[in-house]
Ligand binder design. Structure first.
Ligand SMILES: Nc1ncnc2c1ncn2[C@@H]1O[C@H](COP(=O)(O)OP(=O)(O)OP(=O)(O)O)[C@@H](O)[C@H]1O
Length: 291
């Protein structure tokens, strides 16, 4: 079932588009958005949270566009989980969580702390008196307080060391809330997302079942990402091949970096079906041939 859908959305700031004509469904089983810094992941997440209005296209929530849906219900159903630094440093964490709860349900703070694996006694502490992993659990507890159907998680573990990351991933995997997860870390989507979308320069270049994407990428950029970060906790990926940082303005945006680029890539590749995924690359079959 599709909970949220971006339909041909173009997004930007001050009329300058940074996400171009993206169509993407948030379906069950976890959805990953993968891409390097600046590829447009957070921008897309903001649009899915109703915080950024598309320059064109629509965000659909069920059978209504966000513009027309009941925003109160939407804000309860779809909750962000951003970095732990977003917690108010002056507020005791129990109060932080209680604030998100309806007045009649404030006694649920203990239950929520337990649900995220924290000792309820920590409720009286302030964020700086907790470890990074504990703070991230508080952020998750706060998001869960209103009983959301979908969590939108932006790099939920990137500030944590590897063992703490793994425990937070276990916690997220154990929740029965759906998730859209934004990360540059492929190991994280492998653990938490049935479907993944790879973004490059504001365009989806490859989408499909996460396992297939990682086992045999069909886009050279997915291949570069996969080969750059073999394990949990690795550094942000650097593309292999040529290293021009600026995307090409015409044709395939990736072609200046792509080791497989040919003159045909000066024409923009339309997304097409290749072995069970959607891929925007003229040379997808050749990429599959080398993986
Ligand atoms: N508030 C803003 N005003 C103007 N430009 C912005 C704003 N926020 C983001 N951008 C630009 O939009 C593009 C996409 O940024 P975005 O934050 O969505 O990327 P990202 O993939 O989430 O990157 P990161 O992994 O570093 O968070 C970038 O070129 C960025 O500079």
């Amino acid at each position: 079932m599709t909970m949220l859908r971006a339909e041909s959305v173009t997004l930007g700031y001050a009329r300058n588009p940074v996400v171009h004509d993206v169509t993407l469904d948030i379906t069950e089983g976890g959805v990953g958005l993968i891409g390097e810094s600046g590829s447009g992941k957070t921008t897309l997440a903001r649009a899915f949270l109703g915080l950024l209005t598309p320059m064109s296209g629509n965000i659909w929530y069920g059978d209504q566009t966000l513009k027309k849906s009941d925003l109160r219900k939407f804000r309860k159903d779809v909750q962000p989980v951003f970095q732990a630094e977003a917690l108010d440093p002056r507020m005791r964490v129990g109060t932080s969580i209680a604030e998100a709860l309806p007045r009649a349900a404030r006694s649920r703070v203990t239950e929520l702390l337990e649900q995220v694996g924290l000792d309820p006694d920590l409720a009286t502490r302030r964020p700086h008196q907790l470890s990074g992993g504990q703070r991230q659990r508080v952020v998750i507890a706060r998001a869960l307080a209103v009983g959301p159907r979908l969590l939108i998680l932006d790099e939920p573990t990137s500030a944590l060391d590897v063992t703490v990351q793994a425990r937070i991933l276990d916690l997220l995997a154990s929740l029965d809330t759906e998730r859209l997860l934004i990360t540059h870390n492929l190991a994280v989507v492998e653990r938490l997302c049935r479907t993944s979308h790879v973004l490059f320069a504001g365009r989806v270049v490859e989408s499909g079942p996460t396992g297939d994407l990682l086992a045999a990428p069909a886009h050279p950029y997915t291949l570069a990402l996969r080969d750059a970060v073999p394990k949990l906790g690795g550094d942000p990926p650097q593309a292999k091949g040529r290293t021009e940082a600026v995307p090409a303005a015409t044709g395939c945006a990736y072609r200046l970096r792509c080791p497989l680029a040919v003159p045909e890539c000066e024409r923009p590749p339309a997304p097409r079906d290749v072995q069970g995924r959607q891929v925007a690359c003229h040379r997808a079959e050749d990429v599959l041939g080398v993986t």
